[in-house]
Design a protein around this ligand. Structure first.
Ligand code: ITT
Length: 197
């Protein structure tokens, strides 16, 4: 597995919620990082058929455009009673305006009175070098969909997701508590172990 030995890195996301979380996770390990937004990098179309394909596609696009090692995150919420939807389409369920109140309402409506509320978040992190080499790590967190929405922390679907063993949603959790158990933190632990140490 290739190690990251540079002093700076690009966080290849245009999602501010993700950029905030990845920056917090990354700061003990990497002295300097930029986000794709700060560098005005183009947002590639997510044409992949899986989280892994999309994460690698985004990381490679940023590494090529910036000439720097780049870390991309492809993530989403998979609801069991909806056959794993919205899955890789989690961002797209928010529509053109990326309105997650709309996306959360869609999940609530689609679930109806289904008793199975189980769901999990998935996060695939891809670290890509300008020569195209990529390393990929995957993390999960399992829980349930709750309604009504609760909490204003986090981003995306956090107000309707309650991790197993907790009675508050990700939307009600302090960022440091979410970082202890989230899908992103679990993928990040593997990244640190294999590439950053
Ligand atoms: P980039 O591709 O620029 O990184 P994006 O928002 O388009 O941004 P994705 O295609 O990976 O990213 O979509 C993931 C969506 O899944 C994201 O927009 C959120 O709505 C949701 N999501 C991912 N992680 C989440 C988390 O920790 N909490 C809540 N929602 C999350």
């Amino acid at each position: 597995m290739r190690k990251f030995k540079d002093c700076e890195l690009v966080i290849a996301t245009h999602n501010q919620g993700k950029a905030r979380e990845i920056s917090a996770l990354l700061s003990p390990y990497v002295p300097k990082f930029y986000t794709a937004g700060e560098l005005d990098l183009p947002e590639p179309e997510e044409t992949g058929a899986s989280f892994v394909e999309n994460a690698v596609l985004k990381a490679r696009a940023a590494a090529q455009a910036s000439g720097k090692v780049s870390l991309a995150d492809d993530s989403g919420l998979a609801v069991n009673a909806l056959g794993g939807d919205p899955g890789i389409y989690s961002a797209r369920w928010g529509g053109e305006d990326k309105d997650f109140n709309v996306a959360m309402q869609k999940i609530h409506d689609a679930l109806g009175d289904n008793e199975d509320r189980s769901a999990h978040f998935v996060c695939v992190l891809a670290l890509a070098w300008p020569d195209g080499h990529a390393e990929v790590f995957e993390g999960f967190v399992h829980g349930n969909i709750v309604w009504p929405k609760r909490g204003a922390q986090g981003f995306g679907y956090d107000p309707i997701f309650q991790a197993n063993g907790y009675d508050i949603t990700f939307g009600e959790m302090q960022p440091s508590d979410k970082h202890a158990i989230s899908h992103r933190a679990n993928a990040f632990k593997l990244l640190v172990k294999n590439c950053l140490r």
